[in-house]
Design a protein around this ligand. Structure first.
Ligand SMILES: [Cu+2]
Length: 465
């Protein structure tokens, strides 16, 4: 007959057995996870060996990987020659339209700002770089495990590429990840003028697949209103903020279908500022960086991910809720375009014709928002100057510009062209709207006791339709 002690003892034995098998499977999971991030000294040795080993055959889009979508920019084309993937990058100057009304001369590659280099783990790439700039340049492959002489540090690991010449970089891609590239010669000038890009190296065998894979390079610029050259001397007061070279409303939306798994790769090689990028509605998982995929145990639920200068961050989400979801930098001045910071706070002031008077002396002067700054400010007196804030939306003026875009999730779409605004699909009764007096009274709010707006110097700041 079992007594209480027996029961306790056998229970303890069962528990111990469970703990052992639990420990074993946890250890296996931990080892698998670990391999994706560190993998130990053996893996490090293996990487070094693979640098000089025979490469794997070149990977092809749609067969070996699903290409990334880089809104507003493109992916660099390649040729395959004798089992090597060949790219040709041309460093050059060209015009970029940042926002409606604002164009400037920038430096980039192949006539594009931030074009994506896309390749596959294990293959070999040969990248020609032609320098059509007025000064030497190099390309550094940021985060890429590489032969030292291919690292692109001008004067240290190679001779900088003189104007007019073409240099050749060639290496095996031994590690996948969301990497980047940029010059390592006169970085201050060349990066400030736009010479940065994403270098996406797809894994040969993905651990899992996603349905949409977006790539966005963040950048900041200093362009004095009325001028058309970004100023590389600027250290703090940037006034144009872009995603793949565009400010809202020129940023293309990120379109996905309800139910899809969506990946967003963000890179930041801007001169000085980190960008906390926020996506509305969704708690996403941060799954990797330029250091590689995070082990699943390190995935972190967030709604904002800080993308520091010199880093990439990758997040993923399950798109379960349709709508137009804003995705933007959460620094308030980074969702603005050009504005003057050097003048006083005008909130509550009656400016009259102050602006005209100041502009006689200071051509880039603009009087700033005495009723707040949510309404469009065209600054029409200045040529080549963007409005400070966003653009027209389905319900009125969107008072944000700069580093702002929209993730558009839709049910049952069959293509990824811009589906327009969600307003046309919105389920009835799900939009914030003017409260009715009967509703207020029902909910014990007395409409007669609601305070009047603050009397302003002009009529209350109404956003124009
Ligand atoms: Cu920012």
């Amino acid at each position: 007959m079992l007594n209480r002690r027996h029961v306790l003892a056998s229970g303890a034995a069962l528990a111990a057995g469970a703990a052992i098998s639990g420990k074993a499977s946890a250890a296996a999971a931990h080892a698998a996870d670990h391999e994706n991030s560190y993998g130990g000294r053996d893996r490090a040795t293996e990487l070094a060996r693979k640098l000089r080993a025979k490469p794997l055959p070149p990977g092809l889009p749609h067969r070996d990987y699903m290409p990334v979508v880089a809104p507003n920019t493109g992916t660099l084309p390649f040729e395959i020659v004798d089992g090597v993937k060949v790219f040709h990058m041309v460093a050059m100057e060209f015009w970029n339209e940042f926002a409606p009304g604002l164009k400037a001369l920038v430096w980039g590659y192949n006539g594009m700002l931030h074009p994506v280099l896309e390749a596959v783990e294990g293959e070999r790439v040969r990248i020609y770089v032609t320098n059509r700039l007025p000064e030497p340049t190099t390309v550094h492959w940021h985060g890429v495990y590489i032969d030292n002489g291919m690292d692109g540090v001008g004067g240290m690991t190679q001779k900088s590429i003189p104007p007019g010449e073409t240099y050749k970089y060639e290496f095996n891609l031994v590690e996948p990840g969301t990497k980047m590239y940029h010059p390592h010669h006169d970085e201050m000038t060349q990066i400030a003028l736009g010479m940065t890009g994403m270098f996406v190296i797809h894994p040969r065998k993905p651990r899992y697949k996603v349905d949409r894979d977006f790539s966005i390079m963040l950048h900041e610029w200093s362009i004095v209103p009325g001028t058309d050259r970004p100023n590389p001397m600027e250290m703090t007061d940037f006034n144009v903020f872009t995603m793949n070279g565009k400010s809202f409303p020129l940023t293309h939306p990120l379109v996905a279908r309800t139910g899809q798994r969506v990946r967003v790769r963000l890179g930041n090689l801007g001169p000085m500022d980190h960008h906390p990028i926020h996506l509305h509605n969704y708690s996403f998982q941060v799954v990797g960086s330029d250091g590689g995929d995070y082990p699943r145990s390190a995935w972190q639920p967030e709604t904002t991910v800080l993308v520091p200068v010199g880093s990439t961050r990758v997040f993923e989400l399950d798109a379960s809720n349709p709508g137009d979801w804003a995705m933007h930098c959460h620094m308030t001045h980074h969702v603005m375009t050009q504005m003057g910071h050097q003048f006083g706070n005008m909130i509550g002031v009656k400016p009259g014709n102050l602006g005209d008077k100041f502009r006689d002396l200071l051509p880039d002067y603009m009087t700033m928002g005495q009723d707040g700054m949510g309404a469009p400010m065209g600054m029409t007196s200045l040529p080549n100057t963007a409005p400070m804030t966003g653009g027209r939306g389905p319900y009125g003026y969107i008072s944000m510009g700069g580093m702002f875009t929209v993730m558009k999730i839709r049910d049952n779409i069959t293509h990824y062209n811009d589906p327009g605004w969600y307003k046309s699909d919105v389920p009835p009764g799900t939009v914030a709207e003017k409260a009715q007096e009967t509703q207020l009274r029902r909910d014990r709010i007395n409409p007669d006791r609601i305070p009047a707006p603050i009397p302003g110097p002009s009529s209350p700041a109404a956003a124009p339709e």
